[in-house]
Design a protein around this ligand. Sequence first.
Ligand SMILES: Nc1ncnc2c1ncn2[C@@H]1O[C@H](COP(=O)(O)OP(=O)(O)O)[C@@H](O)[C@H]1O
Ligand SMILES: [Mg+2]
Length: 424
Amino acid sequence: MKILVIGSGGREHALAWRLAQSEKVQKVWVAPGNAGTAREPGVENFPASAPATLAEFARREKIGLTVVGPEAPLAEGVVDLFRSRGLRIFGPTRACARLESSKEFSKDFMQRHGIPTAAYRAFSVAAPAHEYLRTRSAPVVVKADGLAAGKGVVVAGSLEEAHRAVDRMLVQASLGAAGSRVVIEDFLEGEEASFIVMCDGREVLPLATSQDHKRLLDGDAGPNTGGMGAYSPAPVVTPEVHARVMREVILPAVNGMAEAGTPYTGFLYAGLMIHEGAPRVLEFNCRLGDPETQPILMRLKSDLYELLDCAVEGRLAGAQAQWDRRVALAVVLAARGYPDAPRGGDEITGLPEPGEDLHVFHAGSARRDGRLVTSGGRVLSVTALGDSVRLAQRRAYEAIEAIGFQGMQFRRDIGHQAVNARSR
Ligand SMILES: Nc1ncnc2c1ncn2[C@@H]1O[C@H](COP(=O)(O)OP(=O)(O)O)[C@@H](O)[C@H]1O
Ligand SMILES: [Mg+2]
């Protein structure tokens, strides 16, 4: 079986690496991939991103299964296109991807199906949005409705800041069409966790739990990023919380999509805020998280291809996934200037050999004139397994000591919440 993975980040590198280990998989293509996927055994890059080009490639290469990493091609309808040509693909249709590509759609859906989430209203005109804000108290959250690559959410500490965010999005159109409609929602307290399941339209298979670190700097300070690190499992998701998330969030969501005539297939990611054991949904994503995928797949012991095959064939009901009991932890190494204006072209040195408990996944890396150089904001995610959070941290940070490139930025406290949870 030949596989195609669509995307070019650390998430896609981890997917390709795991899939290449399956006995049923002969070869994994990644489109467009990066310098890490180019060197991964059993993996090769195909330099294209346009859905029509990829569908043509899949037909010509006799690709047996395509897996989609990022949200943009899903929102464009890559799954619908592949299916219309009789090509096997795992991911949500364009209609299902609206759970991520429109925050208003997602909030309305949650409200209709009684899925716990913050109170909200949506607006496309500034005056009523300002009026609504006067009925709220700070902190309050202003979100662009559309896809904004992690830049569409303002957690406003004061009402003045929230009013300014509304004007930036609706009046100055700072985010373009993505911010031409906004959702204003109440601030939720608690601890965040990522809850990701595989879904075949009716049945779900939960993956191992995880948490990520969105802020650039230690102590969860600084600007929001695509994610500076992650670990699995998430101690905040106790067995009781897990059961509640399945019952109150995941099953109503999957049943709701099926009842609407748009059965959900693909990875479904609930971004949760957990407070005193009660989960509430911040957002749905219609794909795996990056960097959560790296630690999750480091811990997956089952054959990833077999699980995906079950999901695509509607046979998830009996499927089970085995997880390494160890903790996996990923530290992202980002380029100088990230997240605002990442600089490329800096030579990367000192990459360690992969091992049973260590793998460096690439994202913004490229090979130029035989040198490995930075070519994006998040460059590498150094992912390690350990018998405890501390040991996984130690293994990852030891490896990082040898790695270098000009202006390399990373957090030194990935996993701090989990360390504290365990020593409490
Ligand atoms: N209602 C809320 N209460 C508190 N924090 C929130 C709320 N909504 C979002 N956030 C914070 O903002 C981050 C980004 O919001 P999210 O809805 O996940 O949007 P996106 O990932 O599309 O940028 C969340 O991870 C969380 O830290
Ligand atoms: Mg999010």
